[in-house]
Design a protein around this ligand. Structure first.
Ligand code: PEP
Ligand code: MN
Length: 350
């Protein structure tokens, strides 16, 4: 259930509610917003029953008690009283009316490739730089990423460009070096239900970009986010990247209906990855425009200075020369859906 505190509730009154919840074995997840403090009271069914018997509504400073009927208690829109979450990822805002364009190569290949791409996407208004150092490849014989060397290059790219870094963590054993550089840690589609990894990331506290599994329903997707939230990490961004359907004319089916439907389900920001869904460059811009227009909070897109020479995913990477026009078109589409212009925000902060 959700305890909604009165606007003027004191810290002592908030603490008293938390203590009562914990006294019966519940976990309290307080969220102190600009106007309201909300406290999620979470536990298994028995604990929830004991919490409900506490009659928290009668405590000083409590405005009301709202039951959360969804199985994803902390991710549910109701748990934030219907208000979408806004996160600040290393200076880049996402969620609410903030749109983030995350761009960069599929994988970190070399110093020049990464630094050139970082400078380019930054100059065209991107809000974050993506690049994998650990790559989930279908074949174990394919390039698996530069690992720690790749992370060092990402650190240099952040230093030079000032862009926050998005990079994938595949294995919890690599979490320490990834935490040194990642502002936003990506969990790949194939790891969406790797609950051990999700729990580790929940404890690490760094913002997470959780990609939808190839065959996951939206409820399974949001329940996976709940594993991270449950550990006290409030900053989870969901990413739709195409799902498996009967269609074979393209790589995956980009589920754009997931955007408005997820927005009914959850307060978490939603990002679209058109690159991995499409697999082909020519589809990337039309899908991006549709994603922005349907209300996505951001896009994560692959860009490469020389796609023909890319080690992986070259056919879907946008070319450097086309990125400026691409960013402008996406900015327009995002504004149609009510977002602030990320190009103007970026120009103001530069
Ligand atoms: C990626 O973003 O580099 C990637 C491998 O994506 P996905 O996990 O969605 O396939
Ligand atoms: Mn890729």
């Amino acid at each position: 259930m959700l305890v909604v505190m009165s606007p003027g509730a004191t810290e002592e009154e908030v603490q008293a509610v938390i203590d009562r919840i914990e006294s019966v074995g519940g976990t309290a997840h307080p969220s102190r917003g600009a106007e309201l403090t909300l406290i999620g009271a979470i536990g298994d069914a028995d604990t929830e029953l004991r919490v409900s018997e506490l009659e928290l509504g009668a405590l000083a400073g409590v405005s009301k008690i709202v039951p959360i009927l969804k199985p994803y208690k902390l991710a549910a829109l109701e748990s934030r009283h219907g208000i979408p979450s806004v996160f600040d990822i290393g200076g880049a805002k996402i969620g609410g009316d903030n749109f983030a364009l995350i761009a960069g190569p599929c994988t970190v290949e070399s110093r020049d490739q990464l630094l050139d791409t970082a400078a380019l996407v930054k100059s065209c208004g991107a809000s974050m730089l993506r690049g994998g150092a650990y790559k989930p490849r279908t074949s174990p014989y394919s390039f698996q990423g530069l690992g720690v060397e790749g992370l060092k290059l990402l650190a240099e790219a952040r230093e030079q460009s000032g862009l926050p870094i998005v990079t994938e963590l595949m294995d919890a054993r690599d979490i320490e070096p990834v935490l040194e550089v990642a502002d936003l840690i990506q969990v790949g589609a194939r790891n969406m239900q790797n609950y051990g990894l999700l729990t580790e990331l929940g404890r690490a506290g760094r913002p997470v970009l959780l990609k939808r599994g190839l065959s996951a329903t939206l409820e399974e997707f949001v329940m996976a986010a709940e594993y991270i939230l449950k550990e006290g990490n409030e900053q989870v961004i969901l990413c739709e990247r195409g799902i498996r359907t009967f269609e074979t004319a393209y790589r995956f089916t980009l589920d754009l209906m997931a955007v408005p439907v997820l927005k009914e389900m959850t307060h978490l920001p939603i990002v679209i990855d058109p690159s991995h869904a499409a697999g082909r460059r020519v589809l990337v811009q039309p899908l991006s425009l549709a994603a922005a227009a349907v209300g996505a909070d951001g896009i994560i897109v692959e860009v490469h200075p020389e796609p023909e020479a890319a080690i992986c995913d070259g056919p879907q990477a946008l070319r450097s020369e086309e990125f400026e026009q691409y960013a402008q078109a996406v900015d327009q589409a995002a504004q149609l859906a009510g977002k602030a212009s990320f190009l103007q925000t970026q120009a103001r902060s530069a």
